[in-house]
Design a protein around this ligand. Structure first.
Ligand code: HEC
Length: 114
């Protein structure tokens, strides 16, 4: 009885782990600590709309974003959001360092993947 319950619990935990991995199946953790922090923020705050690898879900893909806007413009979108769209403003919940880290992650990691 106990054994069966434990087996069931392990099964549920295993499923949860697989689910979690599937949710954050983006690129491997970057070695640059700033980009690694950017990835963490991205996975927590951005991927639900922009996709785990920046491929775009309900929001645009990031491929080639560094050619479309400067780092300053990019950071401004994150800080202020885009009026009239679902892109939220993050100035109140992310520090300037966090905004720069996640912008760089989008430009230098997921923005250059196919
Ligand atoms: C609730 C959904 C949602 C979340 C969460 C979200 N975004 Fe967005 N984002 C959007 C949408 C929708 C757009 C497109 C806005 C438009 O039509 O101009 C967008 C646009 C952008 C753009 C401009 C892209 C371009 O090509 O013009 C950047 C940069 C961006 N988001 C970064 C982020 C970052 C960084 C985060 C997390 C800190 C984030 N977004 C979280 C929905 C979201």
């Amino acid at each position: 009885m106990h054994r069966a319950r434990r087996a069931a619990a392990v099964g549920v935990l295993g499923l949860a782990a697989v689910g979690l991995a599937a949710c954050t199946s983006g690129p491997p953790t970057p070695t640059d600590p700033v980009l690694a922090k950017g990835q963490q923020i991205y996975n927590n705050r951005c991927q639900a709309c922009h996709g785990p690898s920046g491929e775009g879900l309900t929001a645009p893909a990031f491929y080639g974003i560094a050619e479309r806007m400067t780092l300053e413009q990019h950071e401004a979108v994150i800080a202020q959001g885009r009026d009239g769209t679902r892109m939220p403003a993050f100035a109140d919940s992310l520090s300037q360092d966090d905004i720069e880290a996640v912008a760089r992650y989008e430009r230098e990691v997921i923005g250059v993947r196919n």
